[in-house]
Ligand binder design. Structure first.
Ligand code: ZN
Length: 107
């Protein structure tokens, strides 16, 4: 057995809105809603009061991250999926022109 101390990584959960520590070898098991942080926010942020979130997105059921603190504290180098912070563009379904044409003829 090694008495080597396990390295802890700081994470912020968009699901619970909490900042917590994870052992470095557990990080790979986290889902994409867990945002890696460089350190615990301590800037007396007026937008989020160092909670890292400014509100709850009721449509997606996730906490909305404070952009000001995200720039400062999110560990972007270790971020597996940046799309969660940045809105992803919606891909429109291909329009079925044949069906539309038939509908117009029939009725
Ligand atoms: Zn903030």
């Amino acid at each position: 057995m090694s008495d080597e101390k396990k390295e802890l990584k700081l994470f912020y959960s968009l699901i619970s809105g909490e900042i917590y520590s994870v052992e470095s070898d557990e990080v790979k098991n986290l889902d994409r809603y867990q945002i890696p942080l460089l350190k615990r926010p301590n800037s007396n942020c007026k937008k989020c009061y160092d909670r890292m979130y400014i509100g709850l997105d009721i449509h997606k059921d996730i906490y909305v991250i404070c952009q000001k603190c995200a720039k400062k504290y999110v560990d972007f180098d270790n971020m597996p999926d940046e799309e969660i912070v940045v809105e992803t563009p919606k891909i429109l379904d291909e329009i079925d022109f044949d069906t539309i044409a038939k509908d117009m003829v029939n009725g």
